[in-house]
Design a protein around this ligand. Structure first.
Ligand code: UGY
Ligand code: MN
Length: 261
């Protein structure tokens, strides 16, 4: 059954999809094709696995809708760092000692030594983007828990453009963190200043708007609810199109580590 559309049974229209999967390079997984998965730890949660090592990613992303009473009994820990971002609703996040309630725009990063427990904090569904990765330690440095809300601060103008805004979730000047999660938001008509080609990989979940996305030098229409994987060195850039709403996505990027040989 579809994660978003719950479509089952006989269809009048011919089947088609915007899905493009180039393993180890890039992927576009449109919202229409997402399916629900059963995963240990998730209880009363509609969840769909997005980026994963099977796609070529060094991390795992999920999109999850916590229903009434929905929870995760233990996410990450034992070497796995985690980050959750609340798209809509209210989510309780705890390590068993401290508890935070995240509202829309809220996020929590837990270092690899800590298990994160999650619970829907309202009767209505709560939608959450979830990330996990095996932490790459660096001697003399350590990551720590971060809790915040994107809506508590203004975005930073991105590379000299007033209509492209960036929010960093984690410190950008602390080598303890081996990755970061950001939101990038383009007003309609705005774009990257250049097609990026870089070592780091991304998983990106589109939280608003419509755009044209360049993935390995082909342009694809994308919109809210779609997921993009951009592997190492995969060329990438976007134009925001559509009306009224900015094209915005929450995305991860590895950081602060020298490539191993
Ligand atoms: O941070 C980044 O590399 C970001 N600008 N990439 C992207 O939006 N595809
Ligand atoms: Mn990039």
């Amino acid at each position: 059954m579809g994660y978003k559309n719950n479509r089952v049974g006989y269809q009048e229209a011919l089947l088609n999809s915007r899905s493009v999967i180039k393993k180890d390079n890039f992927a576009l997984i449109p919202h229409d094709g997402l399916v629900k998965n059963t995963i240990p730890g998730f209880e009363n949660v509609d969840v769909s696995i997005l980026g994963s090592p099977r796609l070529g990613a060094g991390f795992v992303d999920y999109i999850a809708t916590f229903q009434k009473g929905g929870k995760h009994t233990g996410f990450g820990g034992e070497g796995i760092e985690t980050l959750v971002y609340v798209i809509a609703g209210k989510l309780e996040v705890t390590d068993g000692k401290e508890t935070d309630v995240l509202e829309a725009g809220g996020y929590a990063y837990y270092p690899a030594s800590v298990i994160m427990k999650l619970q829907n904090a309202q009767d209505d569904p709560t939608e959450v983007f979830m990330y996990k990765k095996r932490y790459q330690p660096l001697e003399g440095h350590e990551a720590h828990k971060i809790v915040g809300n994107k809506n508590d601060r203004a975005g930073i103008e991105y590379e000299g453009m007033k209509d492209v805004l960036l929010w960093d979730f984690l410190p950008t000047d602390d080598l303890g963190f081996d990755m970061n999660v950001h939101i990038l938001s383009f007003e309609p008509g705005a774009s990257h200043a250049y097609v990026e080609t870089h070592y780091q990989e991304h998983g990106a979940y589109l939280i608003s708007g419509q755009g044209m996305y360049n993935l390995d030098n082909e342009w694809y229409p994308v919109e809210k609810g779609d997921y993009l994987f951009m592997g190492s060195y995969s060329p990438q850039a976007a134009y925001a199109v559509g009306r009224g709403e900015p094209l915005a996505y929450v995305y991860s990027k590895d950081a602060n580590r020298d490539p191993e040989i």
